[in-house]
Design a protein around this ligand. Structure first.
Ligand code: ATR
Length: 277
């Protein structure tokens, strides 16, 4: 039997087992995907011992993503861009590490709003943590010429700009509404709005009607940001799609089948999110 897992500390909240469990059943694979609570000081050893413990690989969540990156013997470009890995697999005895948030976000965007590029304007990214880096990298790979990053702590936005180069610029946090007025896509990568807490306080009243507004927060499914954007007639993208799509590459590596993100799978997650509120 092939085995994979998700490691984190704590780990009880992870929804990854619902996704991978659904695919294992759907494709009739003799496999198992479990949650493993791994303490920070034990994460590196756990990753080194994957094969010995019968795992084909794993997902990695907070706080082990940097440890996984450092443990990688073959580092995919996505992980290098972010400096953190969320997906690990063995090829032979070598540990490969990737960051599939880039793939997850960009695939969800292309699937939901295929013409997102039709409006030639900058992309605005709110936040400057790991998720922001994954998404900035995705837009750069897609050939976007100007990405504007606004973050509460300006120094972190400046670090991100230095890391990615001339197509990325930083603006102060209090310029976010102004930046969002002329944007092809606005993406929230901060934790604001999670479980309904906090407000991004962005006014879309004067935004271009072609702007797409995305959130990576998926509890609640419609965050305040998305509700406000929708009330101004803008197209929106929720965070659940990214969670579902980012799981695809790992499943394929571990179990040998490229799984599909379906409405049925999405409904399972929506039900779980509703039940947890
Ligand atoms: P991740 O790596 O998962 O993206 P992170 O590194 O903790 O997470 O980043 C969280 C992001 O949310 C940061 O951009 C953070 O801003 P700071 O760099 O200023 O800390 C942002 N964030 C969290 N709470 C915030 C708040 N109340 N107001 C504005 N930004 C906030």
């Amino acid at each position: 039997m092939k085995r994979a897992c998700v490691i984190g500390w704590p780990i009880s909240h992870s929804r990854s087992p619902i996704i991978h469990g659904h695919w294992l059943e759907r494709y009739g694979i003799d496999g198992q995907y479990t949650k493993e609570a791994v303490k920070p000081e034990e994460a590196a050893a756990f990753l080194r011992g994957l094969a010995e413990n019968g795992f084909a690989g794993c997902n990695v969540t907070v706080p082990h993503k940097e440890t996984a990156f450092a443990a990688g013997e073959v580092i995919e470009p996505s992980a290098r861009a972010v400096g953190a890995a969320n997906t690990v697999w063995l090829e032979g005895s070598r540990l490969h590490v990737a960051n599939t948030d880039t793939y997850g976000f960009m695939t969800h965007l292309a699937a939901t709003v295929p013409d997102w590029r039709a409006f030639d304007a900058p992309v605005v990214v709110l936040g400057a943590g790991g998720a922001a880096r994954a998404i900035v990298f995705g837009f750069l790979e897609a050939g976007v010429g100007r990405i504007v990053v606004a973050n509460r702590t300006r120094a972190r936005a400046d670090d991100l700009v230095r890391h990615f180069g001339p197509h990325v610029v930083a603006v102060d946090w209090d310029k976010r509404t102004q930046a969002a007025r002329h944007a092809s896509v606005v993406v929230n990568t901060t934790t604001i709005g999670m479980k309904g807490e906090g407000s991004l306080d962005i006014d879309f009243a004067r935004a271009d009607h072609r702007t797409v507004v995305a959130d990576i927060v998926y509890v609640p499914l419609e965050t305040e940001l998305l509700a406000v954007a929708r009330s101004h007639g803008l197209r929106t993208l929720d965070g659940l799609g990214m969670l579902l799509h980012q799981a695809v590459p790992g499943f394929e590596k571990w179990f040998g089948v490229r799984p599909e993100v379906t409405d049925e799978l999405r409904s399972l997650l929506v039900d779980d999110i509703e039940a947890s509120r």
